[in-house]
Write a protein that binds this ligand. Structure first.
Ligand code: DC
Length: 224
């Protein structure tokens, strides 16, 4: 057991986990780990190998020889697929849905577990995902469950994609958000859920500054 400080932030997609966790990590001098990027990289690799996301045998076969690693450049996380920086490629909408599908495969979760655990054992970190407080860092000193209504999350996602030049349709994004919520919280293995000790933060009515402040305060109050 290491004596680093571990903060787990779990919640559905679009609740603002990554933006908030990134800002809170910078303020506290912690390493920020976005574990969704790891599942997205597995999905990208599967698609490059023409595997069907819903076919576990094909996805498992695509893990053969796969090297996924994380690097931190000026505090920002970069993810590498066999040495290539794929941080931008993994944000495509079809990869989001693929990540949700491949993350339900136990062998994929097992494949990524040690990488996540290792980073947390070596660095004070804020790690965000779906099963961080429940499975990856059950020993985290602080566990936060960050959520917001599906409509607010879809609205934020549309804005985020638009800023990257990707045009979207609100109803389609909302349907995607709901489908991913359902997949992520109903799968058999490591479903998205709060733990008994999780601090629940709903950001529906909070702006970014208020959300960041709420998270930093929760961490400071609970990290010892
Ligand atoms: O946080 P995100 O949208 O980048 O995550 C992409 C998908 O990966 C998401 O649909 C669920 C999955 N995921 C997971 O199962 N466990 C994690 N710790 C992080 C993400």
């Amino acid at each position: 057991m290491s004596n680093t400080i571990k903060v787990a932030i779990d919640g559905p997609s679009g609740a603002g986990k990554s933006t908030i966790a990134k800002a809170a990590s910078a303020a506290l001098g912690f390493v920020y780990v976005d574990t969704g990027a790891l599942y997205r990289t597995v999905a990208l690799n599967a698609s490059l190998k023409n595997a069907d996301f819903k076919n576990s045998e094909q996805v498992i076969a695509s893990l053969e020889g796969l090297d996924v690693s994380l690097g931190f450049v000026d505090g920002a996380q970069h993810v590498y697929l066999n040495g290539e920086d794929v941080s931008d490629k993994i944000r495509a909408p079809e990869i989001s849905m693929g990540a949700s599908a491949v993350s339900a495969i136990p062998a994929v979760r097992k494949f990524l577990f040690n990488l996540q655990r290792d980073i947390a054992d070596k660095n004070n970190c804020i790690m965000d995902g779906r099963d961080i407080g429940t499975v990856v860092l059950p020993d985290a000193q602080v566990k936060i469950f960050l959520t917001a209504s599906p409509e607010i999350r879809a609205e934020r996602r549309c804005k985020e994609l638009l800023e990257k030049g990707i045009q979207t349709n609100f109803e389609e994004v909302l349907a995607d958000v709901k489908e991913r919520d359902y997949n992520d919280s109903h799968r058999e293995i490591a479903p998205l859920k709060a733990t008994e000790e999780s601090i629940i933060v709903d950001t529906s009515a909070l702006d970014l500054e208020q959300s960041i402040e709420a998270i930093i305060n929760a961490i400071k109050e609970n990290m010892h």
